[in-house]
Write a protein that binds this ligand. Sequence first.
Ligand code: HEM
Length: 522
Amino acid sequence: MATNTDTVVLFVVGTLAATFLLYSSGLVIFRLCFSPLSQFPGPKLAAATAWYETLVDITSNNFHEILMDMHKQYGPIIRCSPWEISINDAEYYTKLYVPAGIRHTNSMVQRFGFGLESESLYSAVIPSSVLNHKDTIATTSDHDLHQLRRRPLEKYLSRQGIMQAEAVIHEKTRLLDERLSAMRGTGSVVRLDQAYSAYLGDITIELTVGESSRMLEEADFAPEWYYVFPSQRCCKRMAADTHRLLKMIPMGLIRSAYPRIAAFKMWDVLGRDKVDNIKSDLAEEVVPQKFSFFHTLIRSDLPAFEKHASRLSAEAVGVFGGGTINPTSALAFMTFHILNDAQIHRRLQESLTEIMNEFPQKSPTWIELEQVPYLAACVKEGLRMSCQFRRSARVAPHTELHYKEWVIPKNTAVAMAIYNMHYDSDVFPDPFAFKPGRWLGDIDPRMNRHFAPWGKGSRDCPGKNLASAEMYVCLGTLFRPGGPFSAQVALKDCDETDFALLRESEFGVFPYSSRGLGVSFD
Ligand code: HEM
């Protein structure tokens, strides 16, 4: 027999369930019939609830493909979530992703599931407040604050800025070249992807905080730094509290128990330590060994709240990550495909004969290497394929946007996926194949319009010149005739499956089970 308490519990649960149902139905009816976006075409399910995309993210991670199919079915402009429009028309890319001088652009604060706000699904799992990452350039939504934060980095990493700092790239490239060349004929096997992450980490850290981290000199190329990336993805699946706990456990203990997690912590600690060092150097008027971004930033006239230690260390972590993760994936991806195809390998080597003929007495500059057509073709093809897979929506807070006959209300999130443009089979036939030759000769002019590996506008990649210089100098040096890859090198314990880009992250990443880029020098 039901007691009074049971009746009360049943009543409360029933009322809550009914309220929830009523609220959800009302919300769905509003979104489908009365929202200012209700006139836009697209699947009703995606317009009704963001749980649709959230569930795809959790189960199959292929929303970018589903989005492409939606465009095929409903046309170039669709509503892809309750609050977001997606456009698939490369001609519109530069109209949406505009420089700061053209109009104000906020980034979209991502929402998921019930519509909770979060920078991404990732930071919904580990809130950015836990990582202190919410105050970085990349995670600042408001246009004005974003510009204030971004301008100094943009200037420091401009084409001119990188040309001045190029000596660091050449110095590290020679070191990498010497280490790999010394292995020739020894039968040694090296994890080239780890070597690249040490190389890129050393350059980024030296340029941004003025001191070398010397990972390239370590016997095994500092695998901890390399594992920061997969460990970040591993932590992504954990609860926020796990990360909070991690912060309390001594580094040595974690390192011995689970080195990959130690890498994640190391990243955080490094950001804080470097910023603290610079602050105390500046207080004691110690002259830095090398000019650096953070020295300039801390000395600049930015408002004091912008120079708060926790914000700056979060920014440092962001720049170290941006400077290592994407370029490592891109370089390893390109190197795999070049080594995996004897014809591409031979052609690249031949194309470098003339420009590299005075090496090591003289290294050609990044700008000179950009002029080698086949090298440029390999870099472009690699960037086309290892691009950003998720879309980055932009919001024009003060103006309506116009696309063909459509008027998009102001303050609406509008996105265009780089993936849709880079993998469009009309423009790039056989888009999943690495074919540098497609970039040579009289190319379809649409290819350049579809190509946006760095994004565009006021929030494009500020590291594009640095990354580009690194890729040209590194590939040009290592693949030159007489270089480390001109002797008997073979891919070791890896094949295409290890480099099949996963779309689960912002950018295409290698599968978690990837055996990495093993190369043997026989
Ligand atoms: C192959 C190498 C790289 C690729 C393909 C790449 C690509 C991108 C893209 C597409 C964006 C725009 C994301 C968006 O629209 O939401 C971006 C943003 C960013 N990248 Fe890169 N990047 C690379 C290397 C670097 C490097 C070397 C650095 C730093 C030294 C860096 C730092 C950043 C930062 C801080 C942002 C955020 C910019 C903002 O929100 O204003 N990236 N990157």
